[in-house]
Design a protein. Sequence first.
Length: 421
Amino acid sequence: MDSILVHGGAELSGQIPIAGAKNACLALMPATLLTDGPLTLTNAPRLSDIRTMTALLQSLGAEVTALQGGRVLALSSHDLTNHLADYDIVRKMRASILVLGPLLARHGHAVVSLPGGCAIGARPVDLHLRALEALGATLELRDGYVHATAPGGLTGGRFAFPFVSVGATENVLMAATLARGTSVIENAAREPEIMDLARCLRRMGARIEGEGTGTLTVEGVDRLEGATHAVVPDRIELGTYMLAPAITGGAVELLGGRRELVAAFADKLEESGIDVAETEAGLKVVRRNGRVKAVDVTTEPFPGFPTDLQAQMMALLCTADGVSVLEEKIFENRFMHAPELMRMGARIDVHGGTARVTGVERLNGAPVMATDLRASVSLILAALAAEGETVVSRVYHLDRGYERVEEKLGACGARIERISA
Ligand code: EPZ
């Protein structure tokens, strides 16, 4: 298993290109199942999660071809041969559940393995199922699988989410595009990935209104066409690399970055004393002399501070002047990076969903272990600022969501290398 070796202490300066969003691409790819026309996704990220979704779609009989080294994905579901999403693939990646809505909408039945829990929380899929039931699906849970049918096709319905779910909004949105009649989805997620999916579905001929407002209205159509769509930039990769110069000092321009994708996060960075400026090519982040200030952070659905940047922000706050309180409101078990950061000298007290971070002058390098994707990159950020050498092991988590992390940071002066096992 590969690990990443970091010699801390180097200031960063330069430019980092931001890739297409993993979480947008993972929702866009299953949209192929809604049409027999070709769907082409440009600006796709080159990540292991994308390869997992590719394998899942191929197992259903879809054609998925990676072009331009994986930057472009050509998808076609002209001849689907299978409606069963197998446990062996679904257990690797929870986003696999996103094939359920599209399969059901276009073919009237689907069998999809239940994903099970994961490192950051129990993560049930009950909201996905309830929202699809509101569109007339009949669901049965048997042998670890969801057996879903809608023999006469789905029908428009109304569903109000009791709390915001990104994946369940995506699933029901895709399903509603081909349902008979009008669907109204209330308390829908407003994340940029949802907006991107709605834009792509509209290009395919779907009639959707209200994305970004919390209420989605979908007028079902008989069929969708193929389309070409560019994946939105990855706001989490953007936020992660904005933190790199913030933690080490220096100045880095994030090419393709847009402030509206990370507004709540950028506000917090500025509150801590970091400069964030819009440039022609993206966003530029500069840390001037001195320690950053402690700030309090509460994770919330978009447009609030994203849970997917909480671990990385904690790495920064470990060296801030003062005490920061981080509240995690989305997932119940998303502080597993805290004990690893403490191995590097951080002072963190975790009580339930709250972490209290008392900033220290300096972190020290140590061997640490990644427990999930965002935790692993938070350890790399901490290592960039630490004195001495850090080895982050179990980096397969990292490869799920960050492409060429060592190259991107290395190009800005970080002393970082991958050690292949
Ligand atoms: C998406 O997960 C992202 N994944 C996650 O990114 C992200 O952390 C999360 O949204 C929140 O922003 C993808 O887009 C592929 P949710 P998702 O449904 O859709 C509970 C990363 O690091 N819930 O919005 O699975 C759930 O347990 C990842 O890239 C139910 O109770 O998240 C959580 O507490 C990790 N029942 C909350 O809702 C359900 O049926 C929000 O989850 C669905 C969700």
